[in-house]
Design a protein around this ligand. Structure first.
Ligand code: NAP
Length: 251
């Protein structure tokens, strides 16, 4: 097997929602490339500890912090933890939830809860890292959008709005900070096998699978590899972009 490049050695990355699924794969991939990691989780302490130990076994410093993306104190706490590991070079806004229902039946609370976690949480986290990144005149941020943010999806008006919102956030902030050496990109995964998609009814899974030219679900690692590229210096001239990682689903 090819050796993973140590191209993030000495850097420190914050990953929100790193305990499970895509966030966990991102934590492990960035750690494999030499980055120290601070990751947040909402409440699943057992999963967080498993991810922390697996990443630490790769020989880097890792901190797991229980910090809800909707809590205004979460972002400063994660930045402080990163400063203890040398600063904040990379941010991956990954924490996300779904509360699916057709719009006619969706409560305002369900709409707002998804926007608060997926979109406002990413804004608060980004705002908190920009000052140290601007001081360093360097930094890379990746936001987890979704194919649903590009195409919409029946039953996911709240989720689609949050993921489309993240694209506007990505492009606006990318324009604001490009001159300061900070890059901001988004990825738009398609159907990735995690706890989030396990919760889908079987018929909906089958229907989605039929729309994927590659003929398979994505793995969390498929997303993590693309994010590891986007936060590395190999992507030094890429900013404000949305990279679909979806087996061709959105083309
Ligand atoms: P997942 O398996 O449900 O994992 C979600 C992660 O986020 C967990 O680590 C969870 O922590 C954390 N989290 C949830 N709410 C949080 C909050 N309020 N504050 C802090 N952390 C929170 O999800 P996933 O499938 O890996 O998805 C990760 C991201 O990719 C999401 O933004 C999702 O929208 C996006 N995405 C996923 C897919 C897909 O097909 N799976 C496709 C496109 C985009 P606990 O372990 O403590 O609960």
């Amino acid at each position: 097997m090819q050796e993973t490049p140590q191209n993030l050695a000495g850097k420190c990355a914050i990953v929100t929602g790193g305990s499970r699924g895509i966030g966990r794969a991102v934590v492990l991939e960035l750690a494999r490339r030499g980055a120290n990691i601070v990751f947040s989780y909402a409440g699943n302490a057992a999963a967080a500890e498993e991810t922390r130990a697996s990443a630490a076994a790769l020989g880097v410093e890792v901190r797991a912090v229980k910090a809800n993306a909707t809590d205004p104190a979460a972002a400063p706490a994660l930045v402080d933890a990163a400063k203890e590991l040398g600063g904040v070079d990379i941010l991956v806004n990954n924490a996300g939830i779904t509360r699916d229902k057709l719009a006619a039946r969706m409560s305002a609370e369900d709409f707002e809860a998804v926007i608060a976690t997926n979109l406002t949480g990413a804004f608060l986290m980004t705002k908190a890292v920009l000052r140290p990144m601007m001081r360093a005149r360097a930094g890379a941020i990746v936001n987890l959008s979704s194919v649903v943010g590009l195409r919409g999806n029946a039953g996911q008006a709240n989720y689609a709005a949050s993921k489309a919102g993240l694209i506007g956030l990505t492009k606006s902030i990318a324009r604001e900070v490009a001159g300061a050496g900070i890059r901001v990109n988004a990825v738009a995964p398609g159907f990735i096998a995690t706890d989030m998609t396990d919760a889908m009814p079987e018929a909906a899974r089958e229907a989605t699978l039929a729309q994927i030219p590659a003929g398979r679900l994505g793995a969390p690692e498929d997303v993590a590899h693309a994010i590891a590229f986007l936060v590395s210096d190999d992507a030094a001239y890429i900013t404000g972009q949305v990279l679909a990682i979806d087996g061709g689903m959105s083309m």
